[in-house]
Design a binder for this molecule. Sequence first.
Ligand code: THU
Length: 334
Amino acid sequence: MSQDNNKLELILASTSPFRQSLLIEAGINFKAVAPNCNEDDLKNPNWNAITLTQNLAREKAKSLLSSYPNAFIIGSDQVLNYEGQIFGKPKTKENAFIQLKTINGKVHELITSVYICGPNKNEFIYTDITKLEMNDLSDDELKFYIEIDNPITSAGSYKIEKAGIQLFKTIKSDDHSSIQGLPMLAVLNQLNMWGITIKQRSIHKSKLFESALKVQKNAYSPYSKAKVASAILWEDNSITSGCNIENSSYGATVCAERVAIWSGLSKNPNQKIKEVLVLTDANPPWPPCGMCRQVISEFITQKAVVHITNTTGTWITKSWDELFPMSFEKSHLI
Ligand code: THU
């Protein structure tokens, strides 16, 4: 379809870390924005699960239309349906226990709707119904599970991508990602139909790489001899880059990541980091050091990704959660 669709931004009208992580893990370039509506005010008790989730998915996306008139906006909503009883997010551990106790040993449906709108009146709506059969667990086991995953923000009171998988006997779904709140196959196939292909919707790895490569030669590293460069993708899709600058005291050395971050923040102090790239000549490539991680964590969006690469093309992409417990080890120094 229209070539112009390729240049348009993709907005996820949700702050759900589960939905965001589905898009991040799939390597998709998007921006997560909180919908500008109050879900509870919109709900009508006469709606069934399908109508409810479709209406909420639509309202969430449309609430951002005036702020993002030239973007594709994805709204999504999910509830659990057990024999006509509809459950949303439990919000407390006590409610989570009540929800799990109700579906314990039984089959329930997870109803997940997605709505996408775009410029030129493009519209798409889809509902996935996944059937899950839960094992029969004791009260003690259910409480134990709630302590492990704390599933108070998940419709149905389980996190399927975490320990929640241990609760189930069978799962029947056309699109397993919808259990995490977003039917990814429907979304991606629809974007394809609108001309937003894998090349256009993927993250800007190559752009970040080019920006870092440009400044790598400027590294001032007579003491370590390591030339490190970094590029940061900010929420407004601007990129800043930097290289490491050493000093004879060495302790005053500033890593490439921090130089790139200071540069972005001094242009716009109110923005957050979406992606970080660190480029070295080392094999395996170096992850950000402990001090940089500390700094990155202060300015990063909740679910940003970090690309670690060397000039010979070894790439490691990590989510922030994966990276944070790792330390910058002696073996990484040359
Ligand atoms: N360095 C970076 O620029 N980023 C990192 O994440 C790790 C280390 C620099 C600092 C110093 O100039 C050299 O690499 C060796 O530690």
